[in-house]
Design a protein around this ligand. Structure first.
Ligand code: COI
Length: 362
C-alpha cells in the first residue's frame, strides 16, 4: 500500500515526560497526528504532522449541525515489544458506515489502514507496556465547510490522534436504567458512532452520576422495556449460566469488542444468545438468583464488570467479581490475545507498520 503519506516529525517529543503508571483517560496525546482533507469530491494529500491545534472558522458546519463521526481503537504491545493493532479493518468499515448515515464521504479502507499503521508505528514508543493498558487511537471526521445553510458539507477533515491510556473504568460500574431519556430510536443514528449520540447522553449521564451511578443503561425509545446498551459500551448478562446480549437492531452500536467477545465465548464453549432482552427479565432473574453476572464490552472499556443496576427505584446488586466466571474469563481472553500471552487464533492482530507504504519524511 502506498499513499505517500507525507511525514513531518516533531522536534520536541514529549515521550520522556510520560508517567505510564498514571495515565488519565484521553487527556495525554502522543507526538503526531494524521490529517487528510476532502475537497471538491476528492481526498487530498495525506499527512502526518506534530500533534497540535487546527484552525477553524466560527461558521464551521460541524460546530452547528454536528456532522461528525469518530472511532475508538487500540494498539497494544506484546511482551517482545511489538506494536499490534486489533482488527483495524473493522474500524475502517464502521467509520464509513457512520459517515454514510450522516451523508459524509467514505475514506477508502486502504488510506485508513495506511494512516493507522504509519501513525502507530511512528509513535509506538507511546504504547504503555502493561496488559490492560493501550494506545487509544481516535480516528474522526467532521464537516469543514464554512456555512450555516443546512445541507451536507462539501468539504471534510479526517484526522487521527492517539493517547496512551489505562482502563476506562477503574472499578465495577453502577448503572442506572433510564426511564425518562432515550439514546436511540429505530431509524435514528444510534448505530452510528456519531458525535451527537454522545452529546445527547451527557445530561442523563450527569444526572445519573449525581445520584451516585457511573453510567446509564439505555432502554428502548418506544416502550422503555428492552435493554439497548450503556453508551460507552455494549452490555452482556449471564442468566442461568447462559450469556445474553441485545441483538443488533439498528439502535445500538455494532461493537467490535462485542463481536470479539461473542466469538471468544462461543469458541470457549459458552452459550451466547443475541436477542431482545426485557428489563423485566433482568429484574426477574435477579429476584430468583439466576442473574449471576453483567458486564459491558467496548474498545475503551474493554470488559467492565457491572456492580449493580438501579431500575424504577430498586437496586439490583450483583455478586462480587471474585465470584464471577465468565466476565473475568472474557476479559482475560481479549487482554491476553492483545498482549500476546494467548494465541491469536482468529488472526485479529497485525503488527503496526506491516502495511506501511513509502511515507516521505520532510
Ligand atoms: C470507545 O470505546 O472507543 C468509545 O468510543 C467509547 C467512549 C470512550 C466514547
Amino acid at each position: 500500500m502506498n499513499h505517500n503519506i507525507t511525514i513531518k516529525k516533531t522536534e520536541n517529543s514529549r515521550l520522556s515526560s510520560v508517567d505510564f503508571d498514571n495515565l488519565p483517560f484521553g487527556r495525554l496525546f502522543s507526538d503526531h497526528m494524521f490529517v487528510i482533507d476532502y475537497i471538491d469530491g476528492e481526498w487530498q494529500e495525506p499527512q502526518i504532522v506534530p500533534y497540535g491545534t487546527i484552525e477553524i472558522e466560527p461558521s464551521n458546519m460541524a460546530l452547528h449541525y454536528g456532522q461528525a463521526v469518530f472511532e475508538g481503537m487500540k494498539a497494544t504491545k506484546t511482551a517482545d515489544g511489538k506494536a499490534m493493532l486489533f482488527r483495524p479493518e473493522q474500524h475502517s468499515r464502521r467509520i464509513n458506515a457512520s459517515a454514510s448515515r450522516l451523508a459524509m464521504p467514505e475514506l477508502p479502507e486502504s488510506i485508513f489502514l495506511d494512516a493507522v499503521h504509519t501513525l502507530v508505528d511512528l509513535d509506538k514508543g507511546w504504547i504503555p507496556p502493561t496488559e490492560g493498558s493501550a494506545l487509544y487511537i481516535r480516528p474522526f471526521m467532521f464537516a469543514s465547510d464554512h456555512s450555516v445553510g443546512v445541507r451536507p458539507s462539501s468539504s471534510y477533515k479526517f484526522m487521527i490522534f492517539t493517547c496512551p491510556v489505562g482502563p476506562y473504568y477503574a472499578k465495577p460500574v453502577k448503572l442506572l436504567a433510564e426511564t425518562t431519556y432515550v439514546r436511540a430510536a429505530m431509524g435514528g443514528v444510534g448505530e452510528a458512532k456519531a458525535a451527537g449520540n454522545y452529546a445527547a447522553a451527557m445530561l442523563p449521564s450527569l444526572l445519573a452520576q449525581q445520584q451516585g451511578y457511573d453510567q446509564v443503561l439505555w432502554l428502548d425509545a418506544k416502550e422503555f422495556k428492552y435493554v439497548q446498551e450503556v453508551g460507552t459500551m455494549n452490555i452482556f448478562f449471564v442468566i442461568d449460566g447462559k450469556v445474553v446480549t441485545p441483538m443488533l437492531s439498528g439502535t445500538i452500536l455494532r461493537g467490535i469488542t462485542r463481536n470479539s467477545i461473542i466469538t471468544f465465548l462461543k469458541e470457549g464453549g459458552y452459550e451466547v444468545e443475541e436477542r431482545r432482552i426485557a428489563i423485566d427479565e433482568i429484574v426477574e432473574a435477579h429476584k430468583n438468583g439466576t442473574l449471576t453476572e453483567a458486564f459491558g464490552a467496548g474498545t475503551a472499556a474493554v470488559i467492565s464488570h457491572v456492580a449493580s443496576i438501579l431500575y424504577m427505584g430498586e437496586e439490583m446488586i450483583l455478586p462480587p467479581v471474585e465470584e464471577r466466571e465468565i466476565g473475568p474469563w472474557a476479559k482475560s481472553q481479549i487482554n491476553g490475545v492483545r498482549s500476546g500471552r494467548l494465541p491469536d487464533a482468529k488472526g485479529w492482530l497485525i503488527e503496526a507498520g506491516q502495511l506501511k507504504g513509502a511515507a516521505v519524511e520532510v
